[in-house]
Write a protein that binds this ligand. Structure first.
Ligand SMILES: Cc1cc2nc3c(=O)[nH]c(=O)nc-3n(C[C@H](O)[C@H](O)[C@H](O)COP(=O)(O)OP(=O)(O)OC[C@H]3O[C@@H](n4cnc5c(N)ncnc54)[C@H](O)[C@@H]3O)c2cc1C
Length: 442
């Protein structure tokens, strides 16, 4: 062990609300706080762009915004999609007016796009271009007036007697401090609440989606329509190819569409890796790149839609983490809650039914799941919200994290305006604020 010498840290800035992590939750929290009247909001992000997994992770699919005819994930995610639609090649997805339709022609036209047809009805969802999304998110934070610090790694919370006062962050300029009246942890890994001493769960289930890591990549010069037709007409043969791809890669790997017919993204699921351990993060980066060219070679030779000129377009700059620390909040969302459709009077997000064998209507995410049990001036939004591991598996997708972020940002402003702790705000007022900004609440 080595004792690092103590040093004086410069306080470089201060704000009403400091959001750490610029992914779907963090961007939404910062914009929501600013739009709801916070004088100054700072958003800190360790990389050089915003969007988290939705951009840097090349997670292209924004799924399941509706159950039946009702769009339940509304608010800022709709703004993302509307703005993306104005960018070249920004997005492809179902039309709002068609949601809930069982028109056979429509169903047929979207059937190849996973998640856009569900239980034989049109579901609201989209495939977004990560580069266009980076531009859209920059525009949104700039228009809202959020102060953004990129290339700034949030190291720890500054805490005095159980109350968060700001964050210490590391950058090319060394270690510095930003003071904040309320800090919102949107790091996805709970880096800030863990350092603040908030209790959390960390019990990855290796058998489910959010227990697996990934390094997504894209393949260019393909023909998605040909691939989709082949898959639909030859399910048995495709099944064998899926097994072969798993054998070559060493883990499950599946191609999905993007907004462009000539580019596909390959999602993958790598078990037994700990996203909080540097050695495991490094292993994932190496494991995927070790076999990616062999996977592509196989696709080129054996699978229609890929051809001799198909190529590795890019690998994600950001390793894929589906689940990590989850804060112990004032309420923990349980898998049983989702199955039994438990209703909460402090609902801030309605998560559409994803698998009809699990539930038939939206799951409620209560505001209390964003509020750590102990520690003052701190909120949590995004995939590390208070939940058991299986509930989290169903409710930590991009749109869900966006609505949680919107709620946390608005709640921070309400707490400051009311001079109370986030756990003591008037939730009815918060819900009114959310409805005003277009969030659907059941
Ligand atoms: C491979 C994969 C496939 C997926 N598929 C889908 C899908 O098809 N559809 C879907 O909706 N969801 C999918 N998900 C889930 C979804 O992408 C995430 O759950 C969602 O992005 C979480 O949003 P978030 O804002 O909580 O966290 P993240 O997206 O992880 O964003 C966290 C942000 O915080 C930053 N950060 C982290 N630590 C620090 C720090 N200490 N200081 C400063 N910044 C920090 C990160 O760089 C990042 O920008 C998938 C996830 C993965 C990994």
């Amino acid at each position: 062990m080595i004792l690092e010498p103590a040093q004086n840290l410069n306080v470089v800035d201060e704000a009403d609300v400091v959001v750490v992590g610029g992914g779907p939750a963090g961007v939404s929290a910062a914009i929501s706080a600013k739009r709801n009247g916070a004088k100054k909001v700072i958003l800190l992000e360790r990389y050089g762009y915003l969007g988290g997994m939705a951009t840097g992770g090349i997670v292209v699919l924004i799924p399941h915004l509706s159950t039946g005819p009702q769009i339940e994930q509304a608010g800022m995610v709709m703004e993302w999609l509307d703005r993306l639609a104005k960018k070249p090649g920004g997005v492809i997805g179902t039309n709002k007016r068609d949601v809930g339709s069982n028109n056979p022609e429509l169903i047929e036209s979207w059937r190849n796009y996973f998640s856009l047809v569900w239980a034989n009805v049109i579901c609201y969802g989209a495939y977004a271009d990560p580069e266009m999304l980076k531009i859209v998110l920059n525009e949104m934070v700039e228009e809202a007036g959020v102060d953004v610090y990129l290339h700034s790694w949030g190291c720890r919370a500054l805490v005095e007697e159980g109350t968060v006062k700001g964050v210490v962050f590391e950058s090319k300029e060394g270690r510095q401090v930003i003071l904040g009246k309320i800090v919102i942890d949107c790091t996805g890994d709970g880096d800030i609440f863990a350092s603040a001493g908030a209790d959390f769960d960390l019990d990855p289930d290796k058998s489910i989606r959010n227990g697996m890591m990934a390094l997504v990549y894209r393949i260019g010069n393909v023909d998605f329509e040909t691939f989709a037709k082949y898959k639909a007409e030859n399910p048995k043969e495709w099944g064998k190819n899926v097994e072969k791809l798993q054998e070559i890669a060493g883990f499950k790997s599946l191609p999905f569409p993007t907004p462009r017919n000539d580019v596909m993204w390959v999602n993958n699921w790598i078990p037994n890796r700990d996203c909080l351990k540097v050695k495991d993060l490094t292993k994932v980066e190496f494991e995927v790149r070790r076999t990616v060219l062999d996977v592509i070679e196989y696709l080129k030779k054996e699978v229609p839609g890929f051809n001799k000129d198909s190529f590795l377009h890019d690998t994600a700059p950001q390793v894929g983490t589906r689940g990590s620390r989850r804060v112990k909040g004032m309420y923990k969302v349980l898998y049983d809650d989702i199955k039994q459709l438990k209703k909460h009077s402090d609902v801030i997000s309605a998560v559409p039914a994803i698998d009809l064998s699990v539930s038939k209507a939206a799951a409620h995410i209560p505001y209390r799941a964003l509020v750590p049990k102990k520690i003052n001036n701190l909120l949590v939004a995004g995939r590390s919200f208070s939940s058991d591991v299986e509930a989290n598996n169903w409710t930590n997708l991009i749109p869900h994290c966006i609505t949680m972020g919107e709620a946390a940002g608005a709640a921070a402003v309400l707490a400051l305006d009311s001079n109370v702790q986030p756990r003591d705000i008037d939730v009815k007022v918060l819900q009114g604020m959310l409805k005003k900004q277009g969030v659907y609440l059941p």
